[in-house]
Design a protein around this ligand. Structure first.
Ligand code: GDP
Ligand code: IMO
Ligand code: MG
Length: 429
């Protein structure tokens, strides 16, 4: 058995949570392999809505095991909050959730450091979610991080205090040299208290060697789905660096984030919106800073699931999509939010970039203001609303043409079309 993978192909928020929940019945295990509470994955069904940050999106299927893999960074406060929210919906997540001992912890002081780092960057800030992601991964690669399994050790408190002191020293230096960020001592103490309390309460969740568990599942022919967080264009190596997150969001991250071999990767589902969005700073070639962009934001309810920030909106970007498909080895595409484009008389799709006077169809090393402009193809829109449609046969002809246009351009089939946030608003093709 192989691990199927679901990866965001844009700048995140493509609708990964919804689709993982929809396809979970086919799998025994759903595993997150990277990212952390910067993610916000939304699930909707039976009139209920839930945003998940750390917990995999298979959690609403009680017979499936949900794994938080070694490549994930965990803030116990956020995780506990999710578990409490779920228990309010009569779901005991502790029954089908396990955590890798090797997953790294986000300390309260990682969050402070994240904020101080951003503050020190002035106008060139990343637009981070400020959940402590960057500093936690920094410590992991600097080999000074604390792993979830360390809480079982006697000197855990010592380890914690040493790392916290390092962080506070760094923050003091940053503040002294570069910015006027101020630590709110009371707020910090309160978060730290909640952090230790959360760790205590999370003891009911089994800590496992998840790489052994997952490989055993594969040997026993149990199907596994790896759930990506963020999107390929936020990948630390291949995204629009430095405006990226701090993990490998692409398919390669599945191998290191779960401990499986490349030959164990099966189907790769690439998920994208019928247009583009981005939250935070950084290049966005097809961004619309006009009434059309505003309309996309309004129709698509494009506000961050984690931070509530308005998402930047623009037309579909084929060169970027092709790049993401190449990086991930995507075998099937899933197109989300087709309903949001209803009633647009004309829809534009970027097929190439004009980069310093030359036409290219890939993302260049760097995109500086004024150097790159998208070349658009104009496509006829549809005026039917899609949200009640249940099969491909009912879809408007213009939408079918839009789908075929994309498939031809990226040479990959679109096998699922989403026409609304609910589980049931999903059309298989
Ligand atoms: P994720 O981070 O990739 O899981 O995506 P988010 O949950 O952050 O953002 C996707 C948003 O779009 C959520 O509010 C979903 O409920 C919503 N959504 C998902 N699929 C569709 C769709 O096909 N149409 C519409 N209108 N909304 C959708
Ligand atoms: P999901 O899984 C959209 C963005 C932030 C910022 C940059 C770095 O819901 O798709 P970080 O907090 O990682 O230091 O932020 O990455 N970002 C996301 N954008 N969806 C996400 O996750 C994101 N996670 C991080 O806005 O620009
Ligand atoms: Mg999201």
């Amino acid at each position: 058995m192989k691990v199927d993978v679901l990866i965001g192909l844009q700048w995140g928020d493509e609708g990964k949570g919804k689709i993982v929940d929809v396809i979970t019945p086919k799998y025994d295990v759903i595993a997150r392999f990277q990212g952390g509470p910067n993610a916000g994955h939304t699930l909707e069904f039976d009139g209920m809505k839930q945003v998940l940050h750390t917990i995999p999106s298979g959690i609403f299927h009680p017979e499936k095991i949900n794994v938080v893999g070694n490549g994930v960074v965990i803030d116990p406060v956020v995780l506990l909050k999710e578990i409490i929210e779920l228990s309010g919906k009569k779901l005991d997540a502790t029954k089908n959730l396990v955590i890798s001992r090797k997953a790294h912890l986000i300390l309260p002081s990682h969050r402070i450091l994240d904020a101080a780092n951003e503050c020190s960057k002035g106008s060139s800030k990343i637009g981070s979610t400020l959940k402590g992601i960057g500093p936690a991964y920094t410590d992991k690669t600097a080999r000074i991080g604390i792993r979830f399994g360390d809480i079982e050790k006697k000197d855990f408190r010592n380890q914690y205090d040493t790392l916290k002191s390092k962080h506070l020293e760094l923050v003091r230096n940053l503040c002294f040299d570069y910015c006027n960020y101020k630590i709110d001592g009371d707020l910090f103490d309160e978060y730290e208290r909640k952090w230790f309390e959360a760790l205590e309460k999370l003891q009911s969740i089994p800590l496992i060697d998840s790489e052994i568990f997952i490989n055993r599942c594969l040997e026993e022919n149990k199907p596994v789905l790896a759930e990506g967080a963020q999107g390929s264009l936020l990948d630390v190596d291949f995204g629009t660096y430095p405006f990226v997150t701090s993990s490998n969001t692409t398919c390669a991250g599945v191998c290191t984030g779960l401990g499986i071999a490349p030959r164990s990767i099966g189907e790769v589902f690439g998920i994208f919106k019928a247009y583009c969005t981005r939250v935070g700073s950084g290049p966005f070639p097809t961004e619309l800073n006009d009434a059309t962009g505003e309309l996309l934001r309004k129709n698509g309810n494009e506000y961050g699931s984690t931070t509530g920030r308005p998402r930047r909106c623009g037309w579909l970007d084929i060169p970027a999509l092709k790049y993401a498909i190449m990086l991930n080895g995507v075998s099937q595409l899933i197109m989300m939010k087709a309903d949001v484009l209803s009633n647009f008389k004309r829809i534009k799709v970027c097929t190439q970039y004009n980069y310093k006077g030359t036409l290219i169809d890939y993302i260049p090393f760097e995109i500086n203001p004024g150097e790159l402009s998208p070349v658009y193809t104009d496509i006829k829109g549809w005026d039917a609303s899609l949200d009640k449609m249940k099969s491909v046969d009912s879809l408007p002809l213009e939408l079918i043409r839009y789908i075929e246009f994309i498939e031809n351009a990226v040479k990959t089939p679109i096998t699922i079309i989403s026409v609304g946030p609910d589980r049931l608003q999903t059309i298989r093709r």
